[in-house]
Ligand binder design. Structure first.
Ligand code: NAG
Ligand code: NAG
Ligand code: NAG
Length: 419
């Protein structure tokens, strides 16, 4: 029996080797263009797992319901024998549990945030919804390898003394942060908008960052929020996203499920899919709840969307610093400015309006909280704020009984004070 399996293994190895030779010879004969096409096709095959069923979303997306045990995470060699954990062992407790807080008159609660594809079907139990990557999605990326990845140097580093680090990359932020403690998670209720994007390769996002390490080459980061990114998705829709990296955006990590790492257990929410409704100026406001926390028993980092959806987890082994705890939490907005010659982009952050305008006009984060070592949610102490150019995008913090710690943030980008 053992010998037979070994012989079969050898045969398989030989076959793989022969086919590799065949591909290499083939590759040498091909010109650059068809080689790239082949590379794209291979990458799509890796990303798009065979679906159990498929749902066409009205916004143009295709949602594949993929067997939970065949999701991209399991391509990771470390996850070969991983037993999926269907629910966290612990859930953080806290004051601002949305289900316990009285409805605030100012915030629309009647229609909770939804994903448009739900109108055309649902995924079965034990399958997970994955936004299908199309060929044109990959072709928009600068290279197959860069598809689904952030560029390095996009991490907001408050109080940096190196101005080139801050301004050179073109990434601009308006964030609130806490540091100098051990954090085991973070939560926020994030106002949802559709900012206008000036250039197709720019983006605008609003998110929280759970950071470990000291902004070196080995920075660990777990991120989640909403984004508008024509480059990544091919449209201007507001989409739910996650991101992770364990080496400052260099070789590891990606958006959503675009690489092996995050293990999804939820069959209702697709990462990277659009969310609706979105807020508009002087009209009802909509917001989403995001909670990321470290399960004290298994050590994995879990993510919850809204009050009902535990999406899944990033296994602890993906990280170095975050395998223990986070050293910094950030909340806020980021845009990328690709304008040359010192001109500023008119890509909006948040609602595209400055914090001074307040509710219904400016974009907000409310009930921002951190998870402490006893797995309790609590209001962060000693919040700092940071923005590269407050005349372009700004932030203002506050606190009250209804909203806990909150801030308004964002702006229009290019304007008379930000030329
Ligand atoms: C998912 O895959 C597992 C193992 O490959 C299999 O046992 C199970 O029947 C599949 N489930 C569905 C819904 O196809
Ligand atoms: C996205 O919005 C920009 C600015 O409004 C517009 O120029 C562009 O055509 C839109 N892109 C898509 C794919 O709809
Ligand atoms: C970034 O560059 C802008 C424009 O050159 C400048 O006004 C601003 O002070 C710089 N910000 C920082 C933090 O260095």
């Amino acid at each position: 029996m053992g010998r037979r399996r070994r012989r079969r293994g050898c045969l398989l190895g030989l076959l793989l080797w022969v086919s590799w030779i065949a591909v290499s010879v083939d590759g040498a004969r091909m010109d650059g263009v068809s080689k790239h096409t082949l590379q794209v096709k291979r990458h799509l095959k890796r990303l798009n797992k065979p679906p159990v069923n498929t749902i066409q979303s009205p916004d143009g997306d295709v949602i594949d319901c993929v067997n939970i045990s065949e999701q991209p995470a399991f391509d990771h060699p470390y996850l070969k024998d991983h037993k999926i954990q269907m629910r966290p062992s612990f859930h953080p407790e806290g004051l601002f549990d949305e289900s316990k807080v009285a409805t605030t008159a100012s915030t629309e609660r009647a229609s909770p945030i939804n994903q448009p594809w739900h109108g055309n079907g649902r995924c079965l139990e034990n399958t997970i919804p994955i936004r299908r990557t199309k060929e044109e999605d990959v072709l928009r990326a600068s290279s197959v390898k860069r598809y689904g990845r952030k560029t390095s140097r996009s991490i907001p580093k408050p109080r940096s003394t190196d101005p080139s680090l801050i301004n050179e990359s073109g990434h601009q932020h308006a964030i609130a942060y806490v540091e100098g403690d051990k954090f085991y998670g973070a939560k926020a209720t994030i106002n949802v908008w559709t900012p206008t994007i000036d250039q197709p390769n720019e983006f605008s996002l609003s998110q929280l960052w759970v950071l470990g390490g000291s902004f070196g080459e080995d920075l660990n980061s777990i991120e989640a929020g909403w984004q508008v990114s024509p480059d990544l998705y091919g449209d201007n829709n507001t989409r739910l996203f996650t991101y992770w990296t364990s080496d400052a955006y260099q070789a590891t990590g990606c958006y959503n499920l675009l690489c092996s790492g995050f293990i999804q257990v939820n069959s209702e929410i697709a990462m990277g899919a659009s969310i609706s409704p979105v807020s508009t100026y002087r009209n009802p406001q909509y917001d989403i709840n995001i909670l990321i926390w470290k399960d004290p028993k298994e050590g994995h980092w879990w993510m919850q969307f809204g009050n009902d959806y535990v999406l899944g987890y990033w296994p602890s082994f993906l990280f170095s610093y975050l395998a223990d705890s986070a050293s910094m939490i950030e909340w806020g907005g980021e845009v990328v400015n690709t304008e040359a010659d010192g001109q500023h982009t008119s890509t909006q952050m948040g609602s595209g309006h400055f914090p001074e305008e307040g509710f219904g006009k400016a974009s907000y984060f409310r009930n921002i909280q951190v998870v402490d070592a006893s797995n309790n949610l609590k209001a962060p102490q000693g919040i700092g704020t940071f923005t590269e150019q407050s005349n372009c995008y700004d932030i203002q913090t506050g606190s009250n009984a209804d909203w806990g710690r909150y801030f308004y943030y964002g702006g229009p980008g290019k304007n008379p004070n930000c030329p």
